[in-house]
Design a protein around this ligand. Structure first.
Ligand code: 5GP
Ligand code: MN
Length: 315
């Protein structure tokens, strides 16, 4: 696949979706593609399905048009999955993907098994937004589309900080900056700014944290009770695992939070050489070599023990 336009010509209905619990790259890449199609294919019926996105991303153009109910009965001519490593990660949108006449996947997860008819998958890319930029006709990228793509790149690179950031990433970001976007505001408002309660639960998480394997692993768990105490939702816990990761001498950071059904969502991050994608995959999850996630049964103590044991195999 060399460009997106050649895949869209003739399509009357196009569906788009990203992964469950959408993050910045997911919201940015799906809205980037959605706006591009809306702007350039006015006769096309295009629909974007995503679970509700965090409020910080609602400034992105047409975010109010996102469909978070999956009641449409429609067979799409083309369905585009973005930032999704497997069909299951599409959540309730998977049925549209499965029934579509033609499917496309644009993604950067190592765990991606190329599950679409056409796949544009580059695990070395910083973000799906970087890949979307490559596929779009540059002359049709508006300021609003640039905002979507820049936001995704900022989030998946931790503001150009993680090792997934390449010279190419910086070049793409540079091109997007030239589109007149307010980049310091995007970085501050969507990445650094935290609510008072988000900062307090970060503090709680750090107090809960423990070291394992002589300080090579750091781990902490946030319970439902703590989320209630600080009046926060899972989507407000973004960034905690990154703070754990920057603990001196730590190689692997593990963060778990309790879901409504008392299972736990796990996040893994790495310093230096270590592959957490394979650790996540051992628990049915996936992701990238240096950032991966999974879900696991409780109770918390047993879950932590199991994951630490899996990580320890490779230390
Ligand atoms: P996070 O820890 O921020 O939730 O996710 C880190 C990376 O792992 C992201 O690229 C995300 O898409 C992926 N990831 C997180 N949770 C899961 C999961 O349960 N399954 C799979 N396949 N990937 C996940
Ligand atoms: Mn991504």
């Amino acid at each position: 696949m060399k460009d997106l336009d050649s895949k869209l010509t003739g399509a009357k209905t196009i569906g788009i979706a990203g992964h469950v619990r959408p993050d910045g790259d997911c919201a940015g890449s799906t809205l980037g593609v959605y706006n591009y199609i809306k702007d350039n294919y006015p006769l096309c019926d295009v629909r974007l399905y995503l679970e509700p996105i965090p409020n910080i991303f609602k400034f992105l153009r047409r975010s109010e048009e996102i469909k978070s109910e999956y009641t449409d009965e429609l067979i799409f001519d083309v369905f585009i999955a973005l930032d999704c490593g497997d069909l299951g990660r599409l959540g309730n949108a998977a049925k549209y993907f499965e029934n579509a006449r033609h499917t496309i996947c644009i993604d950067h997860h190592v765990s991606n098994q190329s599950f679409a008819d056409e796949n544009y998958i580059f695990p070395d890319a910083s973000s799906t937004c970087e890949l979307v930029y490559e596929l779009l006709d540059k002359s049709k990228i508006t300021r609003e589309i640039a905002e979507c793509l820049y936001t995704g790149i900022v989030h998946d690179t931790g503001v150009f900080q993680y090792s997934c950031t390449s010279a190419k990433t910086m070049n793409v970001a540079g091109q997007l900056m030239e589109m007149g976007i307010d980049y310091p505001k995007i970085v501050d408002d969507t990445f650094y700014t935290k609510t008072f309660n988000q900062n307090r639960i970060l503090g709680q998480a750090l107090l809960n944290s423990k070291l394992y394997e002589g300080g090579q692993i750091i781990s902490c768990v946030i319970s439902q009770e703590e989320m209630k105490k600080y009046d926060v939702l899972p989507k407000h816990l973004d960034g905690i695992v990154n703070q754990l990761r920057v603990t001196k001498d730590v190689r692997v950071a593990l963060f778990l939070y309790e879901n409504d059904d008392h299972t736990y969502k796990g996040s893994l991050r790495v310093n230096g050489e270590f592959d957490v994608a394979r650790v996540a995959m051992a628990f049915g999850g996936g992701g990238h070599v240096k950032a991966a996630g999974f879900s696991i049964e409780g109770p918390a103590e047993i879950a932590v023990e199991r994951v630490i044991a899996e990580i320890s195999k490779y230390l």
